[in-house]
Design a protein around this ligand. Structure first.
Ligand code: AMP
Length: 280
C-alpha cells in the first residue's frame, strides 16, 4: 500500500491508473478508522481496481469551539487498518496544501445544507463539500463511498455531484453499529463509561419510533413526541433535534411514508452524536 502526501503525486498516480483503464474508488475519511470506515473500504475493494482512502481532518468543517484540536488522530493505526481492509493508497495530505490561507472559493449546497445539521453547524457542509470537491478533482475517482450514518452529508454530496456535473458515482453504505446498537463513530472515543451507556438513547429512541410506525402510526408529530420524551428520560442527554424527513431533500414530512428517514442529534455530556433510520 502506498502513502501519498502531495496533490501532485496523487494526481500522477490517478492519471497512471486511468491510462491503464483502471477504475478508482475513493473513501474520504477524517481518520481514526473503525469498522464503519472499513465497511466503506471493503465495498470499494469489491467494486474498483484501485482503492484510495483519504485521511484528512478537515478544518473547514469544524466551527470555532468545536473539537478540531482534540479530534482523535492515529495515523499508524489507520495505515494498518486501511491496508488490512484492502486499500491500495492512503492519501494523507497536509492541511496547508489542501486549505490555502488565501482561498476564497467554496462549494455551498443551498437549502439542504442549511437545515438540521446545517442549522446547528452553519458552515459545516460548506466545509465538507469544498474539501470533498477538491478530493474529487485531485483523485479523480469513478466511485466515491459515503456512510448512511451521516445521511444528510451523503445526500448533500449527491446533490453537489448532480448540480456541478462531477463525473463520479456516489455509493452510500449502511451504518455499522456496535453490538448493542450504538452507531460507530470516531467521537464515541470521547464518551466516559457512563456516557457510553447513555449514548444508547439515540439508537433506542429510533427503535421506539420504528416500532410505533410498524404498528401503524403515520403521524410524524406523534412519533417525534414519543422520541423526545424517551430522550428526556436519559439524564446525561440533551436533544439537539429529532425529525422525520423526506430522504431525498431532508424536508420535514407530516405523514410518514416508505421514503421517510428518522434523524436524531443529541449531546451526551459534551459529545454530540447523530444517528438515523431509513424506513424502507
Ligand atoms: P468520518 O471519518 O467521520 O468523516 O467518516 C468518513 C466516512 O465514513 C463518512 O462517509 C461516514 O459517513 C462514514 N462512516 C462513519 N461512521 C460510519 C458507520 N458507523 N457506518 C458506516 N459508515 C460510517
Amino acid at each position: 500500500m502506498k502513502i501519498v502526501k502531495t496533490i501532485q503525486n496523487m494526481r500522477q498516480l490517478s492519471k497512471k491508473a486511468k491510462i491503464h483503464n483502471k477504475s478508482i474508488g475513493l473513501v474520504p475519511t477524517m481518520g481514526c478508522l473503525h469498522d464503519g470506515h472499513l465497511s466503506l473500504i471493503h465495498r470499494a475493494r469489491k467494486d474498483c481496481d484501485v482503492v484510495v482512502v483519504s485521511i484528512f481532518v478537515n478544518p473547514m468543517q469544524f466551527a470555532q469551539g468545536e473539537d478540531l484540536e482534540k479530534y482523535p488522530r492515529d495515523f499508524n493505526a489507520d495505515r494498518k487498518l486501511a491496508e488490512s481492509a484492502g486499500a491500495d493508497v492512503v492519501f494523507y495530505p497536509d492541511a496547508k496544501h489542501i486549505c490555502q490561507k488565501d482561498s476564497s472559493t467554496f462549494i455551498s449546497v443551498e437549502n439542504m445544507g442549511k437545515i438540521w445539521e446545517g442549522k446547528t453547524r452553519p458552515d459545516h457542509f460548506r466545509g465538507v463539500c469544498t474539501i470533498v470537491g477538491k478530493l474529487f478533482n485531485v483523485v479523480n475517482p469513478d466511485v466515491a463511498y459515503f456512510g448512511q450514518k451521516d445521511a444528510q452529508q451523503a445526500e448533500i454530496i449527491e446533490r453537489m455531484v448532480k448540480d456541478l456535473d462531477f463525473n463520479v458515482k456516489i455509493v452510500v453504505v449502511p451504518t455499522v453499529r456496535e453490538k448493542d446498537g450504538l452507531a460507530m463513530s470516531s467521537r464515541n472515543k470521547y464518551l466516559s463509561s457512563k456516557e457510553r451507556k447513555a449514548a444508547l438513547v439515540l439508537y433506542r429512541s429510533l427503535q421506539e419510533a420504528r416500532a410505533m410506525i410498524k404498528n401503524g402510526e403515520k403521524k410524524s408529530d406523534k412519533v417525534l413526541d414519543c422520541m423526545r420524551s424517551f430522550v428526556k428520560k436519559e439524564r446525561l442527554s440533551r436533544l439537539d433535534y429529532v425529525g422525520i424527513v423526506n430522504s431525498e431533500d431532508f424536508s420535514a414530512v407530516s405523514e410518514i411514508s416508505k421514503t421517510s428517514l428518522i434523524i436524531i442529534a443529541c449531546r451526551i455530556g459534551k459529545t454530540r452524536l447523530i444517528d438515523n433510520f431509513l424506513l424502507v
